[in-house]
Design a protein around this ligand. Sequence first.
Ligand code: GDP
Length: 296
Amino acid sequence: MFESLSDRLGGVFDRLRGRGALSEADVRGAMREVRIALLEADVALPVARDFVEGITEKAIGQQVLRSVTPGQQVVKIVNDALVEMLGPDTAGLNIDVSPPAVIMMVGLQGSGKTTTTAKLAKMLAGKERKKVLMASLDVNRPNAQEQLAVLGTQAEVSTLPIVVGQQPVEIARRALQAAKLQGFDVVMLDTAGRLHVDQALMDEMKAVADIARPNEILLVVDSLTGQDAVNVAQNFSNQVPLTGVVLTRMDGDARGGAALSMRAVTGKPIKFAGTGEKLDAIEAFHPKRVAGRILG
Ligand code: GDP
């Protein structure tokens, strides 16, 4: 991913570097190209606009244009701004609390939420040697709870026994109780998804968050959905106090727009990237590394 954005920006940068003096018009022309490259990568329009406005102001500053290497300096301004756009390097999960730490997973149906729950649980249980309990609060989709139980078996992570007829808030309460009684370090709550963001879903999430008091609320979004992913993130972040984002399907042919817009839109870091269907296919998201990949 990011290849075409990387190529486009590389072309703009080569042209800038190749020139001695730069006029204000040259810089504005280059910035227009940066803007087009971002939009083609499916970066949200307001995000691309703000980004280019910010760097244009810096780049047409007299110190830059009068310097010995204006091209280099403009390139550096774009680079620095891209790194900033992706956010500071993430601090990982906030789970070093008195146990059990609670991680609530939210997102639309099909975003990869349940798979990501199991991937993170497996990672915490393996690498970090945490005792993890997963619970599915999805009472709407038939077999959602069974799906998590199957993934739990594959990941060798415990899941809360299913009690037919229980509602999400009751299940969350039971998961917390079980975790306390049985000495689990981390409880992962896989909430119900919906096809679209709707008020019933938001109310349910708020009710669960009220009683579970999560240390992390992670929004799972499908990076392949580009602009839609950004809209979903905006909707969720307006209604629940997200602590981070997980972008799934980064192994697909995404143009990168969702990753680039997410931080600006939600103000929250991308913490992990899903890179495949297998339960090991998850990576910590490192903004600097990703920026490096884009900038070549
Ligand atoms: P949910 O409805 O949000 O819980 O979505 P699921 O976890 O059931 O995932 C839907 C589909 O996406 C499943 O077939 C997953 O294997 C697949 N999936 C989830 N994450 C990734 C990912 O990072 N990459 C790829 N290629 N597939 C994924």
